[in-house]
Design a protein around this ligand. Structure first.
Ligand code: AMP
Ligand code: MN
Ligand code: MN
Ligand code: MN
Length: 276
């Protein structure tokens, strides 16, 4: 069973519309896919139609942006009720800050000599309310400032670089609560990507667990073999289930749909008791 519980569509910063994304997943052998757009549930209706048509399972998901100790951390909400008024309202409020943040990013880039980046980034954002750093990265690549998206982040879009601006996302406890109230399960996304000391990571996992978090992404598209093994151990240590997700955004950009290795025998899959 190929279960991929993390990917993005044009409803956030993915390059494929939800239906095209689902068809690609089916072609790649994915049996169950969760669409997890950033702070956004709008792609799910179209994804469901497509999943029904191609005969794969579609899990309603979201990836919530959180600020924890000044850092961005992502929490996946899986099997949420996509019509839950509390969750819908909380995500709308969270997204509300994105356009203003993008304006600050563009001003910062202008000061660094790169003009008109807001217009450029918005050209890649199907939904302007979901505009984010990857849209800026795509614009910087297309306008020849950098060779690829990775370089755009490295040189312009991460803390300490000219196009980075601080932003306050949701509190960890709020994100987990919104997910749980909407009937979903909270999973800490790609823990290997956070620049946290071992001590801080333990604090994060402990707080996540206490808040009601149920799983961590062990086999994430961005994790190395060592990280998969390390997070499998940490999941066991904290009594958290393990998840698997590609975090696919676009063909040829990072991990492919259904790509990460299957979970190892030590891991308790998040979906163990799901009716699949
Ligand atoms: P935002 O939510 O606007 O802060 O954008 C975060 C998104 O940027 C992530 O979900 C990734 O899609 C992308 N991203 C972050 N860091 C990198 C990186 N180093 N290389 C490529 N994409 C990245
Ligand atoms: Mn993204
Ligand atoms: Mn993420
Ligand atoms: Mn993601």
């Amino acid at each position: 069973m190929n279960v991929d519980l993390h990917c993005h569509s044009t409803a956030s910063d993915g390059a494929l519309a939800p239906a095209a994304l689902v068809r690609r997943a089916a072609e790649r052998g994915v049996d169950v896919l969760a669409l997890t757009d950033h702070d956004q549930l709008d792609g799910l209706a179209e994804a469901h139609e497509a999943a029904h048509a191609v005969g794969i399972g579609l899990v309603d998901g979201v990836e919530i942006s959180v600020t924890w100790r000044g850092q961005s951390v992502h929490v996946l909400g899986l099997r949420v009720d996509r019509r839950h008024p509390g969750l819908v309202a909380a995500l709308a409020a969270l997204r509300g800050g994105r356009l203003e943040r993008a304006q600050r990013m563009a001003s910062a880039l202008t000061a660094a000599g790169i003009r008109d980046s807001l217009e450029g980034a918005l050209g890649y954002a199907v939904n302007p309310a979901s505009v984010g750093r990857l849209h800026f990265a795509r614009h910087l690549v297309a306008s020849g400032v950098v060779a690829d998206a990775k370089a755009a982040f490295r040189h312009y879009l991460v803390p300490g670089k000219p196009g980075y601006v601080a932003h306050q996302w949701a509190a960890l406890t709020d994100a987990v609560r919104w997910i749980r109230v909407a009937g979903g399960q909270a999973v800490l996304a790609h823990p290997g990507r956070y620049a946290l000391s071992a001590g801080a990571l333990h604090d994060l996992l402990g707080q996540f667990r206490v808040a009601g978090g149920e799983g961590i992404e062990v086999n994430a598209g961005s994790h190395s073999t060592d990280q998969r093994s390390r997070f499998a151990s940490l999941a066991l240590h904290y009594g958290l289930a393990a998840s698997r997700g590609s975090d696919f955004h676009a063909p040829g950009e990072g991990a492919e749909l259904g790509g990460p290795p299957a979970l190892g025998p030590r891991s308790r899959p998040l979906w163990q008791h799901w009716a699949l």
